[in-house]
Design a protein around this ligand. Structure first.
Ligand code: FE
Length: 335
């Protein structure tokens, strides 16, 4: 009996001691994460406060706030920024068996500073009207002069492009990648501008024949409530690059516990929830991202695109190579 009451008391006090809230700095838009957080609160009673903003601004804010920062988790939509936050000593290492089991090794930091929570691939989209998919093969082949004035891509300040270029540096070396970037730039149909959706729109109206975009943007347009987006998306095809070689480039959205957090345990539990089956299924269905853990059903739109071979490079490499990628893109004249 005594043991029983000790147990009850322990349970009670441990619950009381656990923080009832967790603060997230999120570079992911509120609509793409809030419903999930509400569910978490419903299930655990833990309140989750969300501050959304651009990743760089949130990282700056963490730096300025230092040890006084109220943030417990930093969530970003690219591994490059998570790596940067780690380098700036803004994240803390956590050890979680459930995270390590749920998330393949290549999609998390080897030291436990950040964890990938969903996957996206950066693919080639093409104008169905003017391009046959048989003419496409690899990212490398986009450098071929046959595509002169035919390619649209967003700016080199965009981290998705930086990570793609980092992956090329990892596989081909810096010299070859720089030549590739120069050739790609000389194939551009217009000076880089706009976001990924704008590149899809440009392809749909024939401003360019090809573009590089993240998978969920195309899926989002295909299932959009805006008729013009659905129409634009219907005019482009998706091509999985490098399927006979290393596979298509993938990136993550992910998160890490902040260095300043006074509730690291609670923050880690929320990470575990994000990597759990329920949250992974929600991501896949609503954000059209690929689940990071195995055995989760994909959205109908993603199913249409079939299986693809993905690059097995450890994503921590993309962070490490980011600086050389950015410099190289600059030298190549990629605006
Ligand atoms: Fe995005």
């Amino acid at each position: 009996m005594k043991v029983f009451w000790t147990y009850v008391c322990l349970l009670f006090f441990s619950n009381a001691l656990f923080a009832t809230e967790v603060n997230i700095y999120s570079a992911r838009k509120e609509a793409l994460i809030k419903p999930l957080l509400d569910r978490y609160t419903e299930q655990t009673g833990v309140e989750v406060n969300l501050v959304t903003g651009k990743a760089d601004a949130l990282i700056k804010r963490l730096e300025l706030e230092g040890a006084n920062s109220p943030a417990d988790l930093l969530l970003t939509v690219d591994v490059g920024r998570l790596h940067r936050a780690k380098q700036l000593n803004l994240l803390a290492a956590v050890e979680s068996q459930s995270l390590n089991e749920a998330i393949p090794e290549i999609y998390r930091d080897p030291d436990g500073f950040w964890f990938g929570l969903s996957l996206r691939s950066r693919v080639i989209v093409y104008a169905k009207k003017s391009v046959s998919s048989e003419r496409l093969s690899t990212y490398e082949a986009l450098a071929d002069p046959v595509w002169k004035n035919k390619i649209c891509v967003r700016s080199s300040s965009n981290i998705y492009n930086q990570s793609l270029v980092s992956s090329l540096v990892a596989h081909l070396g810096e010299e070859k990648t720089e030549l590739w970037a120069k050739a790609l730039v000389s194939n551009l149909a217009r000076s880089p501008k706009g976001g990924d959706r704008d590149q899809i729109k440009a392809v749909s109206v024939g401003q360019c024949s090809l573009a590089l975009v993240n998978t969920y943007y195309l899926a989002g347009m295909m299932t959009s409530k805006i008729a013009s987006e659905v129409t634009a998306a219907s005019k482009v095809g998706l091509f999985w690059p490098n399927q006979n070689g290393r596979g298509a480039h993938v990136n993550i959205s992910g998160a890490g516990v902040t260095h300043s957090s006074t509730r690291k345990e609670e923050a880690m539990r929320l990470l575990e929830y994000f990597a759990g089956e329920q949250a992974q299924a929600w991501y896949a269905e609503n954000n059209h991202e690929y689940p990071v853990r195995a055995g989760i059903a994909m959205s109908e739109t993603l199913k249409q695109w079939g299986e693809f071979k993905s690059d097995q490079l450890a994503l921590s490499k993309l962070g490490e190579l980011n600086t050389s990628a950015v410099r190289l893109m600059d030298r190549a004249g990629w605006k």
